[in-house]
Design a protein around this ligand. Sequence first.
Ligand SMILES: Cc1cc2nc3c(=O)[nH]c(=O)nc-3n(C[C@H](O)[C@H](O)[C@H](O)COP(=O)(O)OP(=O)(O)OC[C@H]3O[C@@H](n4cnc5c(N)ncnc54)[C@H](O)[C@@H]3O)c2cc1C
Length: 381
Amino acid sequence: MSDIPFLSHEHEMLRDQLRRFVADEVQPYADAWEADGQTPRETLHRMGELGFLGVRYPEQFGGADMNALGSAVLAEELGRSTFGGFAITVLVHTDMASPHLARYATPDQLARFMPSVVSGEKITAVAVTEPDAGSDVASIRTRAEKRGNGWVLNGSKMFITNGVHADLYFVAAKTDPDAKGSRGVTIFIVEKGSDGFAVAQKLDKMGWHSSDTAELVFEDCFVPPENVLGEVNQGFYAVMSNFQNERIVLGAQAMGEAAKAIEITLDYVRERKAFGGTLWDKQAIRQRLAQRAAEVEAGRALVYQAAWLDAQGRDCVKEVSMVKAYCGELVNRVMYDCQQFHGGAGYMVGTAIERMVRDARIQAVGGGATEVMLEEVAKRL
Ligand SMILES: Cc1cc2nc3c(=O)[nH]c(=O)nc-3n(C[C@H](O)[C@H](O)[C@H](O)COP(=O)(O)OP(=O)(O)OC[C@H]3O[C@@H](n4cnc5c(N)ncnc54)[C@H](O)[C@@H]3O)c2cc1C
């Protein structure tokens, strides 16, 4: 039976399957993916075959038709893999980029793209951030101008996950330059290989090494009318709305990482000898780990509560923003302590904890920085 009251038998079956997959098909190989700077396409295909890429999508496309609780289970288990780059590669595809398609596509667009998204044949990316616009989404400058029936895109996008290797990009651009702030943004489906669309550079990062990240450039990139996603000039609201799911998922991933780091550290301190006993014999160490374990349980509870509220269709912007702020900071505090209790060994490249410390840092920034999330909470207090 689940330790989370909102989860069903199906959720726990999904969790078991994911845990087996991660143990058998991720952990033995992912050091090589880190060195390679990407998660291999075969692994993503395999996840498609096993149904992991369609957790949220209708059965007609090969999905499992679950709600945000299913996404939280997926994200928590991938977070527990200890390879944040692998986890984010998958979660951007399943829960941050492809939801744009699932929620706003026409029946024709769904039929064209959804089966290959669920099978892992086509990998997706979402391109909102620009060199001069991150937290402040409304100030993006990439332009789309009408040409004939279609549109022409000009501009650049920054820090785009799956940016090098994706097949489908959901790109936010200004379609009405005179509209104030949030109005006048539209989402376009840009297919890999489109004229005028290029990867400007593959970006090197502090962590998440098995995730590829890119700067993208659009120079007179023609987008045909059938690749406009959702209503023209309503794209800002689509981005904001999808952020809710994204932030639940990032919180769940962070709590999976944090819980796993504590487990790894417990194993270490129970074995490591110092001052005539083990590190676990030191009350200061046991109590710090106990404190962090309690905080992680609180974070998990908040994640699943927010996912449940979302699944009920309830307004949960406050709770989701709390999830993102709380879990993004907490995972970093946990990693700091876990690395501390590994001593010098935890500073060595090649240890799980060293990688997890690096991977965690972005959790307080990406998908909504802590300060921005706390403003969302404050507005609703
Ligand atoms: C590895 C990685 C992957 C990413 N993947 C994607 C992706 O796939 N698609 C995509 O579109 N974007 C992606 N991003 C972008 C990410 O979402 C942004 O980096 C994030 O939203 C912050 O924007 P910024 O970097 O422009 O920082 P800025 O907006 O310049 O903010 C800098 C810092 O200032 C502080 N701050 C900002 N606003 C406020 C405020 N109002 N009050 C107080 N403090 C504030 C915060 O501490 C923030 O970290 C990714 C980023 C990284 C690093």
